[in-house]
Ligand binder design. Structure first.
Ligand SMILES: [Ca+2]
Ligand SMILES: [Ca+2]
Length: 275
């Protein structure tokens, strides 16, 4: 085989390989949400980018589900070997009064390897569009056998007329979600973001809540589940222009990380919420 021919074949093979990937690696990770999923003891990055879900397999990016997605969480909801993918589908017809996008269905997918391919198989779907879901997360807040799924919703309640962000908790019984605590609010401040962390010496995870008061000041509060509702454990100092909170692992210890802006610059800070 002459050199030219082998180069041509090599080029074709390279094109075929790069053609397997659904998206460019460098732009998939900018302005996206990334979570790690364990599937058959291997970790993969699961990426939500522009309302589409992808999986990174050895730096090749493949589309994971056809559905348009508003928010997602990877969590092992049933303590089986593999993580599950929890999502809120995008409601393409709706926005809230602040022009934020809203969701419709809550969907749970099993992640499995089938014939050497990683697939997301739908095991649960429920229409939540009338309560306008906008975020999803999961944790076990009381340490029993059922994982709680948190859905941030945007609605009024029977007792409170104002349409605002409200925290709804469901429990997963292996087949469906049932209501655990569909609260009106944590406090009179605006609910911005939620993350879960196990900080206290008791069963279950605490809920860390990013809230905004009427003067535009942000705080992070830690709420602990107590049989029928939540009690507030501690509240952070004020922050301005905060955007989100996350649970991060630093030197074998979990922290709440707050992201905020100051003088046009973006900052991250780890919070010490319990002494
Ligand atoms: Ca599982
Ligand atoms: Ca539970």
């Amino acid at each position: 085989m002459n050199k030219k021919k082998s180069f041509l074949i090599l080029s074709i093979i390279l094109i075929l390989f790069s053609g397997c990937s659904d998206k460019n690696l460098s732009d998939i990770y900018s302005n996206s949400k990334v979570e790690i999923a364990k599937i058959d003891n291997i970790s993969y990055n699961i990426i939500l980018k522009d309302n589409e879900m992808f999986i990174d397999i050895d730096k090749n990016i493949y589309k994971l589900v056809e559905e348009k997605i508003l928010d997602m969480k990877i969590y092992n909801i049933d303590n089986t070997q593999n993580d599950e993918l929890l999502v809120i589908g995008l409601n393409e017809n709706g926005v809230n009064i602040d022009e934020n996008k809203l969701g419709d269905d809550v969907i749970i997918y099993k992640l499995k390897v089938i014939e050497d391919k990683i697939t997301a198989t739908e095991i649960y779907r429920q229409d939540f569009s009338d309560i306008k879901p906008w975020m999803i997360d999961a944790a076990n807040i009381d340490g029993d056998n059922h994982t709680e799924v948190f859905v941030g919703v945007n609605k009024r309640t029977i007792f409170y007329e104002k349409v605002r962000n409200r925290p709804f908790y469901y429990s997963w019984d292996g087949e469906k979600l049932y209501k655990k605590w569909t609260g009106s609010f944590f406090s009179d401040k605006e609910l911005i973001d939620v993350t879960f962390i196990d900080l206290l010496d008791k069963n279950g995870y605490e809920t860390a809540v990013l809230e905004k008061d009427e003067e535009g000041r942000y705080t992070v509060s830690l709420y602990s589940w107590l049989s029928f509702g939540f009690i507030k454990v501690i509240e952070s100092d004020f922050y301005y222009d905060a955007t989100s909170i996350d649970t991060v692992l630093v030197d074998d210890k979990y922290y709440i990380e707050i992201k905020y802006k100051k003088d046009g610059k973006a900052y991250k800070e780890l919070l010490e919420l319990v002494n």
